[in-house]
Design a protein around this ligand. Structure first.
Ligand SMILES: NC(=O)c1ccc[n+]([C@@H]2O[C@H](COP(=O)([O-])OP(=O)(O)OC[C@H]3O[C@@H](n4cnc5c(N)ncnc54)[C@H](OP(=O)(O)O)[C@@H]3O)[C@@H](O)[C@H]2O)c1
Length: 339
């Protein structure tokens, strides 16, 4: 970087306290890393959970946040596919590393080049910032936990001929659920989802064959009927909400699916750890972020969440986290940082 710069940061000083705006040193660059001048940051439920409950915080002060979009200003040793000036989205790995240089909620963040994507011209910084965490999650759900094959990066066509494997995405209007629906369609699955009625058209457009209102007293029966109509038993499921209320309903759909042979030992459950994308599954991260996502965004195979901008830049992050904690419906909250 040529001129003097300041790294204004929304710092979490101590457990449960409010974010405060402070100056931090510009993050340092390691091998395989890039320094990003952030232009948009998205807020995820895990951010307020880390603030309130201290989840995945090893020391204080710390810098929260996982979703960034911005411009590359420096590349570390070994980074060949990005250069200063590139517009990128990236998954900020601070929750895994505990290193505040890797937290999103600041002006500059260091990220791993393997888990970053050049933003195509049809996508804004704010739209791009909605993607990294949920793309990581969708990749881990489908291609790690469920072990499905990753779509061929060389193939140009969308999957227009879904297989007879059905997946239920409970909470299809959530950011994570919407990403899983799109990736599941690209992986050739037939997708069933639950959501509030006002989101049904949108979720069908993302690739779901049928969408059911999760507040319906017959939601399980409605999903099973939709699967029968499609001729595709539901043998896989993601519970993107994972509460005491949702979990038994998801299990019932799987257990009562007509193709009981697909779940011979009953329903097997695995928790999703999206942070595997930066360590154990960096290979998968690189495949999805470096090779597939940019192309899918350019062609519209994958679309970002609907953006709701929270005013105030870094100073707006606390209000945004408070709003996400109260609950949002079908939108991703984003703060924008001036050039
Ligand atoms: N383990 C991981 O790696 C990982 C990664 C990412 C997220 N997560 C977790 O996944 C959850 C979702 O995150 P997110 O960012 O996707 O959340 P989000 O976008 O803030 O979720 C809001 C949506 O949840 C839906 N919803 C709420 N209650 C529901 C219910 N009972 N049944 C169905 N849908 C319901 C609402 O749908 P309607 O608008 O249709 O009412 C709303 O649109 C959070 O708990 C988050 O911490 C985990």
């Amino acid at each position: 970087m040529s001129k003097s710069v300041s790294n204004l940061t929304a710092v979490l000083p101590s457990p449960g306290s409010a974010l405060i705006i402070q100056e931090r040193a510009i993050p340092s660059l390691g091998s395989g890393e890039m320094l990003i001048r952030n232009r948009a940051l998205a807020i995820n439920p895990i951010d307020w959970k880390r603030q309130v409950y201290g989840l995945a915080v090893s020391s204080y002060p710390t810098v929260l946040g996982g979703d960034i979009a911005g411009v590359v200003v420096g590349v570390g040793p070994g980074v060949t596919s990005f250069k200063p000036g590139d517009r990128v989205l990236a998954s900020a790995p601070g929750i895994l590393t505990g290193n505040s240089d890797h937290g999103a909620f600041q002006t500059y963040t260091t990220v791993m080049a393997a888990v970053a994507t050049k933003i195509p011209d049809n996508i804004t910084f704010s739209e791009a910032a909605t993607l990294p965490v949920v793309v990581s999650t969708a990749a881990i759900v489908l291609f790690d936990v469920l072990g499905l094959p990753v779509p061929d990066p060389e193939s140009t066509a969308a999957n227009t001929n879904p297989t007879k494997t059905g997946i239920l995405v409970w909470g299809g209007a959530s950011s994570a659920g919407s990403a899983v629906i799109q990736f599941a369609r690209l992986a050739g699955l037939t997708v069933f989802a639950t959501a509030s009625p006002q989101h049904h058209d949108k979720i069908r457009a993302l690739g779901a064959t049928a969408v059911v209102d999760y507040r319906s007293p017959t939601v399980v029966e409605d999903l099973l009927a939709a699967a029968r109509e499609a001729g595709t038993p539901i043998t896989l499921a993601l519970d993107a909400i994972s509460t005491e209320e949702t979990f038994p309903l998801v299990a019932r759909v799987l257990a009562e699916s007509e193709d009981a042979s697909a779940i011979p030992e009953g329903v097997s459950v695995q928790w999703v750890a999206g942070q595997r994308i930066w360590k154990e599954r960096l290979d998968l991260g690189s495949l999805v972020f470096n090779k597939l996502l940019g192309k899918w965004l350019e062609t519209g195979e994958v679309v970002p969440a609907k953006v709701q901008v929270v005013e105030g830049g870094l100073s707006g992050l606390q209000a945004g986290m408070d709003e996400v904690k109260k609950g949002v419906s079908g939108v991703k909250l984003v703060v924008e940082l001036d050039e």
